[in-house]
Design a protein around this ligand. Structure first.
Ligand SMILES: [Zn+2]
Ligand SMILES: [Zn+2]
Length: 58
């Protein structure tokens, strides 16, 4: 039996980061930043090229 209603809130968000010279990231975004109010995938949330807050926080 498949529980259909179970996964309705499954992330349809996509990583909102962007870096120069890089194509957009299409991965599912799992990390929300309270500073810039954007969503990032795991990898890009900590990537200062994609996520400016990482640089500003230093
Ligand atoms: Zn941020
Ligand atoms: Zn990403």
């Amino acid at each position: 039996m498949l529980g259909q209603s179970e996964n309705e809130e499954r992330s349809d968000r996509e990583c909102q980061g962007a870096a120069p010279n890089q194509p957009p990231c299409n991965l599912a975004a799992t990390v929300h930043c309270n500073t810039c109010d954007m969503w990032f995938c795991d990898a890009h949330a900590e990537d200062e090229e994609w996520h400016r807050c990482m640089k500003a926080a230093r």
